[in-house]
Design a protein around this ligand. Structure first.
Ligand SMILES: Nc1ncnc2c1ncn2[C@@H]1O[C@H](COP(=O)(O)OP(=O)(O)OP(=O)(O)O)[C@@H](O)[C@H]1O
Length: 401
């Protein structure tokens, strides 16, 4: 079920909206519209569904329209054309046409926002900052202080409740921002580059905490970032924006494997996709393996082979004619405790990072089994392709190595 449903949305800033929309319809670019005396187009023809409980990351270069789209969701930006619906219980509220009272209700009860610059009020204590939104909801003092304390505990800052913002580090202030947003109990969180002012280690910790909190509380989160690594880490889906348009929307692995154009490819080329890519997408399929008599060759250099039965199940393995042990690995099993010099079998959904760790530990390719039959292997060639970003073009992948 969608929490946010956006169809053909245009956001135009200024007083010449219909003239600017006409120019857009004539195919003029943003810059041409400005040159012709029109307004700035923040978002053009955006359509996206954000499901309940997902983290959708809006990604793109500076000025691509991410914040313009995000801020339209709680009515901070004009909806010049198109439809923007936000769930309120069983119904969807049309943010563009609802009355002031409904919009206020949506902002205080349904949608919370977390900003990049923390936006804490310096004259209030940490506790009162978290409780502030609850006061706006009309909650009594005792109740809101208890609730604020509970959320501060959730982000590990309950001992700092009496301090003021300037006494906290940037990472702590952003935790307060998160506690404040979660205290509102709204179903939807809008987060505008909330971690980009933080140093990398704190940023990574807060990303982990956000994922954990989201899993626990099942919020719908629309998150703006200009960092694809961050988007790949936290996003259920990623929408990539370029010049006010959403040019690609999909799962992290889809974006990494099939960038739609050079702009997206450039982002992908500068990320570390190992956590996102799955073995299945990069494996050498069983049918592509060389056969030697009735065995499949895994590594020609040291003559490592496996034999399978009629249903494709691996039954034995050998290297240079000597038997090699087989081991089933499952998610959660400690890779550093795997026996060395063993052929490990895993599921095709294994992440490339884990597969590389197994290869490093055992010294052998990783076998991928589905329903007990061998569907492919991950060997050094596949790992190099992942590391070098050769995976998004099968043509250059085979040419490269
Ligand atoms: N309130 C506004 N009034 C006029 N123009 C605006 C307004 N807000 C955004 N814009 C313009 O809309 C375009 C898109 O800006 P937006 O802030 O959405 O981009 P962004 O992708 O979020 O960029 P950044 O990563 O730098 O925050 C820019 O040209 C910007 O100047």
């Amino acid at each position: 079920m969608s929490a946010i449903s956006i169809r053909n949305l245009d956001v135009v800033f200024g007083d010449k909206v219909s003239a600017s929309l006409n120019l857009l319809d004539q195919g003029k670019t943003r810059q041409e519209i400005i040159d012709l005396g029109g307004n700035v187009v923040g978002v053009h023809d955006a359509s996206i569904e954000v499901a309940e409980g997902e983290i959708c990351v809006l990604m793109g270069l500076s000025g691509s329209g991410k914040s313009s789209l995000l801020r339209a969701v709680n009515g901070l930006n004009p909806i010049s054309r198109g439809e923007l619906l936000v769930r309120d219980g069983e119904q969807m509220v049309d943010i563009g046409s609802c009355d002031e009272t409904t919009l206020r209700h949506m902002r205080t009860r349904r949608i919370s926002m977390v900003f990049q610059n923390f936006a804490l009020m310096p004259w209030l204590t940490v506790l009162d900052n978290v409780a502030f939104g609850l006061e706006m909801q009309g909650m009594g003092k005792q109740e809101r202080r208890e609730k604020a304390m509970e959320k501060l505990e959730m982000v590990g800052l309950h001992e700092w409740s009496d301090k003021y913002a300037h006494e906290l580090s940037g990472g702590m202030q952003q935790r307060v921002g998160l506690a404040r947003a979660f205290a509102m109990d709204s179903d939807i969180l809008l987060m505008d580059e909330p971690f980009s002012a933080l140093d990398p280690l704190i940023r990574s910790q807060l990303q982990d905490e956000l994922i954990e909190l989201q899993q626990r509380l099942n919020k719908t989160i629309l998150f703006v970032s200009h960092d694809l690594d961050e988007a790949l880490k936290i996003g259920t889906n990623i929408a990539i924006m370029e010049s006010a348009k959403i040019i690609q929307h999909g799962r992290p692995e889809d974006i990494v494997l099939n960038p739609v154009n050079h702009y997206v490819e450039q982002f992908v080329a500068h990320t570390n996709p190992l956590n996102v890519l799955k073995g299945r997408s990069l494996m050498t399929q069983t049918s592509e393996l060389e056969r030697l008599e009735d065995m499949l060759v895994l590594n020609r250099n040291d003559n490592t082979c496996v034999s399978t039965n009629s249903s494709g199940q691996v039954v034995s393995a050998c290297r240079q004619g000597k038997p090699l042990a087989l081991h089933h690995w499952q998610e959660g099993q400690n890779i550093s405790q795997l026996p060395e010099d063993t052929l490990v079998m895993a599921t095709p959904d294994i992440s490339m990072r884990q597969a590389i760790e197994i290869r490093y530990r055992t010294g052998h390719p990783v076998l991928l089994n589905e329903k007990e039959s061998l569907v492919g292997i991950l060997s050094d060639k596949d790992f190099y392709h992942a590391l070098l970003g050769k995976h998004f073009s099968s043509t250059n992948a085979s040419a490269a190595i």
